[in-house]
Ligand binder design. Structure first.
Ligand SMILES: [Zn+2]
Length: 194
């Protein structure tokens, strides 16, 4: 028997019962509010997943126009992941645009030349951090930082690089012919070189 029913049976004053019911009501409202927040969060998460999915699908379209030879080369150049490095400068004939989306790449050296003090100076407060972020946004002007490796002249912008890693993982899972043969070759070479 619930506490409330026990009270009713015992003939204890209505004020106590209504107090208990008030409490129950409050708890219920709170639960409803929590449920509402949870659903809101779920919708946001779903939107975020859809956005990422869409971006990935766009990336896959860019991959589809590439030749098998190119994909084989670019995967071998970046796997294992330890081979990948930031685009430090454009020496040795490095390309200046992302090989997938063609976005212009800004090298780390260019960024440092344009104002190292704000980049390496110590951050004293949140304002400094904001200043640094705004500075970076301003300097990049639509350009993106990129990734490359010693084994290629091509560069990949950071957003494409994230999708590229997903593409390789998915390719291994789905037994994509090129991904599988490229990763088998490069991982084999890498192991025998250790
Ligand atoms: Zn890109």
């Amino acid at each position: 028997m619930q506490l409330k029913d026990a009270f009713k049976k015992s003939g204890i004053g209505l004020d106590i019962i209504s107090k208990i019911e008030d409490e129950e009501h409050k708890v219920k409202l709170q639960q409803l509010e929590e449920e509402k927040q949870r659903q809101k969060q779920e919708i946001e998460d779903c939107k975020e997943r859809n956005r990422k999915r869409k971006e990935y699908d766009e990336f896959v379209k860019l991959v589809k126009v590439k030749s098998d030879n190119f994909m084989f080369h670019i995967i071998c150049s970046h796997i294992p992941f330890a081979k990948a490095e930031k685009v430090f400068n454009f020496s040795k004939g490095k390309e200046k645009h992302c090989c997938f989306c063609k976005t212009e790449i800004m090298s780390f050296e260019e960024l440092m030349n344009e104002g190292p003090e704000i980049l390496i100076g110590s951050l004293k407060n949140v304002d400094d951090e904001l200043k640094r972020l705004n500075y970076l946004k301003d300097k990049l002007r639509g350009r993106k930082m990129g990734v490359t490796s010693d084994e290629t002249k091509t560069v990949i912008c950071m957003p494409c690089y994230g999708h590229f890693l997903d593409y390789i993982s998915n390719g291994i899972l789905n037994e994509n012919r090129i991904v599988k043969s490229a990763s088998r070759k490069t991982m084999g070479e890498w192991r025998s070189s250790r």
